[in-house]
Unconditional design. Sequence first.
Length: 377
Amino acid sequence: MQPSAPQDASSFSASPDELIETVRSAATARQRRRIAGAGTKAFLFPSQADDRPVLDARAWSGIVSHEPTELVVTVKAGTPLHELDAALSAHQQYLPFDPPRYAEGGTVGGGVAAGLAGPARASVGGARDYVLGAQFIDGRGQWMTFGGQVMKNVAGYDVSRALVGSRGQLGLITDISLKVLPLPPAETTLVFELDQARALQQLHVWGGQPLPINASRWEGGEVPRLHVRLRGAVAAVEAATQRMCGDAAGQVVANEAAQRDWAQCRDHQLAFFRTAGPEMSLWRLSVPQTAAAMDLPYAQLIEWQGAQRWLWAPAASSEAIRSATHAVRGHAQLFRAGVGGDQGVPREDAVPPAVAAITRRLREAFDPHGIFAPMQD
C-alpha cells in the first residue's frame, strides 16, 4: 500500500509564523490538530477514525547549514530525506541510522518523529543517538530550542532526543541538527545458506569477535539465507570476509545488487514485505540479540543480529505472539494492520508505569491542552 498525502491539510509558507499562530489559535479554542508530512508512516497509528485538521509543514524545507568538517548538518523538518541524502553524499557522508522510507516523499522531521532506523541499527545506534538539537513548536504555540550542534551542549533532560519517536505528540518539529559520519572506505555483503537456529548461533559467535559487521538479515523460505554486511577499513573488511566465509561457507554478493537489497529491506520493499495475504498483519518483535529461534508458525525476517524480527500473522494471533515474545523478555508491536484493521488488538505492549509517568509529564509540560494528543486519548 502506498500512503497518500494527508487530505484537508493546512499548507504553510516557508515561515513558521503561520504554524505558530495556528497552534496558538487551536490551544485557545482547545481544538486538536494532527501533524503529518507526506503520510508515509500513517499506518503506524491505530485504525480509528481521526478527523483532526492536519498541520502539514512540508513547505518548511531546506538545509540550514552543513559543516562537513564538523560532521553536523542542520535541516528544516520538511526537507525530503532523499534531498538530505544527496547533499551528504556529495561530501562522502551519510546518516548511519538510515531512517526507513516506506514510500516516496518522506521527510527528515517525519523520520525523527517516527524514531525508526534501518538495518544497521544494532551496530551504529538509532535516531536518538544522532540528534544533537532541535527546534519545535509546542502545544502553546511557543517556538522552543533544545540542544545544539555538538554533543557537549546537552544539559539536564535532553528534550531534543525525547522528540525522537514522539510521533508528533509533544509538538511540531521545525529544525533538527544531526550528527553525520563519513562513508566507510569499504563495504562487502556476504550470503550464507543457514536455517534460523544456525544463523542466529553464528551471528552470536561472530558478535563476540572483532569483526566489522554493520548489518544482518535472515530470511526463511525454500532456501533460508543469512545476509551480513561488513563496513569499515579495507583491510578489516577483507580479513573478515575471508574468516567468515571459512566459518560458514559464505559467498560475496555483488555490491550493486547488495546495496539495492539493503535499501529494499530498509523500506519494506523486499518480496517478504510484499507477498503476504491482505488479511495478514505485519508484526515487529523486539527481543534480546541472543534470543534463540522462536517457535512461531509464521514467515519471519530477522534483522539487527537477531534483535528485530518481523513476521506476518493475523491480528487475532496477538496473544500467542505476545506470549512467545514475552517469554524471551521482548515486546511485540502490531506494525502494519491487514485489511481488517487491528480488530481492537493493542498496537503496542503495555508501557511500564515508570515510562508512562515520564511520558505523561512530558506531554503535560509541552502540550497541556492536549492539542496534539491522539484521538483515543
